[in-house]
Design a protein around this ligand. Structure first.
Ligand code: ASP
Ligand code: MG
Length: 414
């Protein structure tokens, strides 16, 4: 018998009615012959509300206590789902990360899963249960303390479980019915993708298309675990299949356009042009655990350069401090920070070996009079930093230029 893992996000379990719907989806999957493991998030906005509550009692959130607090959200939803399944006449048992043995790094707030014990889950499955597991939480493999995986981490729990259990697939039920070529709230003509490769999905997820937790896609890719993104409100709809190299014909070089509003641009002006400077700057940032995304160094004049880079908005204050200290140390003139930027990116496995894709993107922006401040490229991605006010316009014109409103892909079944 094959195992199917289904994950239900917060909106899918936001109230009693939704919980009953989830229960029936799981029971139907079991009836059609699979052993079913489901991973559940906290109900609705529970996690946000718990964070608000913490902020009301303290200005210094203790990471250990925060993990213990936030893990309660999922602990509420799992027994409710299990009992709703009982009501449908099927067997179910709920399990926290601690009970299952979801082991993680010894780190609070953003731990990575290191190992999942499967013996207990398999025993429950073989006894005919649907096993309902709390997402987003685990325990430190060193101290046994409760840890969490970072916001949105239930996707990662689900995929990691699917891999550990050798499942046939991991279905992610969320509040959108599929992965789209871009955010349908920005571009009405955005179209659904019936399938997408891990690599493309990973890029899109990391670029702020908030459909999947990037780490979950990374694990799926590393272990070749097919995922389906679908809606618990439209059960007949198969959504989007995320999978490895597929036979699908890519008839467009670009699969999606993403808008990332989470970054700010930092520029160090008149940095001396000599060996070792970039190392000093970025080592200092790395030491503070600040990750840098795009980096551009431009030679200007008189043996000085400008070094510009982007960081997460939430790290801006710290970056400013570090950058100013370093500027003094290396004799740079000044540091400027611009939070008013966004990053617009195109992603597509089909752009490999097709020259002219980046140029077509720049042309679309030029025709719309959008100024490009920074550019970076990888094998399957081109990103441009533009002024925040131009972000949505940029997405629209690029989506149109690549005719993503006309994209068509064959659906593939696993
Ligand atoms: N409840 C957690 C959050 O809201 C985890 C999740 O939903 O995936 O971030
Ligand atoms: Mg959530």
């Amino acid at each position: 018998m094959s195992i199917l893992v289904q994950k239900f996000g917060g909106t899918s379990v936001r109230d009693a009615e939704c919980i009953k719907r989830v229960a029936s989806i799981a029971v139907n999957a079991q009836k059609s012959g699979d052993q079913v493991v489901i991973v559940v998030s906290a109900m609705g906005d529970t996690t946000d509300n718990l964070i608000d509550l913490a902020n009301q009692v303290t200005s210094k959130r203790d990471p250990r206590e925060m993990d213990l607090l936030l893990s309660t959200g999922e602990q509420i939803s799992i027994p409710l789902v299990a009992m709703a399944i009982h009501d449908l006449g099927a067997k179910a048992i709920s399990q926290t990360g601690l009970q299952v043995g979801i082991l993680t790094e010894d780190k609070h707030g953003k731990a990575r899963i290191t190992e999942i014990k499967t013996d207990k889950i398999k025993k429950y499955l073989n006894d005919g249960n649907i096993v309902v597991i709390a997402g987003f939480q685990g325990i430190s493999s060193i101290t046994g303390e409760i840890t969490t995986l970072g916001r949105g981490g239930s996707d990662t729990t689900a995929v990691a479980l699917a891999v550990a259990l050798g499942a046939k697939r991991c279905d992610i039920y969320t509040d959108v019915d599929a992965v789209y070529t871009t955010d349908p709230e920005i571009v009405q003509e955005a179209t659904r993708l019936s399938s997408i490769s891990y690599e493309e999905m990973l890029e899109l997820a990391s670029l702020g298309a908030q459909v999947l937790h990037p780490r979950s896609v990374e694990i799926a890719k590393n272990y070749n675990m097919p995922m389906r993104v679908r809606s618990s409100f439209k059960v007949q709809d198969e959504g989007t299949l995320v999978q490895g190299v597929s036979k699908m014909e890519l008839n467009k070089p670009v699969s999606g356009v993403a808008l990332d509003e989470s970054q700010a641009r930092v520029a160090m002006i008149d940095v001396p042009d000599k060996p070792g400077i970039a190392a000093i700057v970025f080592q200092a940032l790395a030491k503070k655990n600040i990750s840098v995304d795009m980096i551009i160094q431009a030679t200007s004049h008189d043996n000085v350069n400008e070094i510009a880079f982007t960081v997460d908005k939430e790290n801006v204050e710290e970056t400013k401090q570090v950058a100013n200290e370093i500027a003094k140390e290396i004799g740079a003139k000044s540091v400027t920070i611009d939070p008013n930027i966004v990053k617009v990116s195109i992603v597509g496995a089909g752009m490999i070996g097709r020259p002219g894709i980046a140029a077509a993107m720049f042309k679309a922006l030029a025709d719309a009079s959008v100024n490009i401040q920074m550019i970076s490229t990888s094998e399957i991605k081109v990103s441009c930093v533009v002024n925040a006010k131009d972000g949505e316009k940029a997405v629209k014109v690029i989506h149109k230029a690549f005719e993503l409103d006309k994209i068509e892909r064959e659906t593939q079944k696993v």
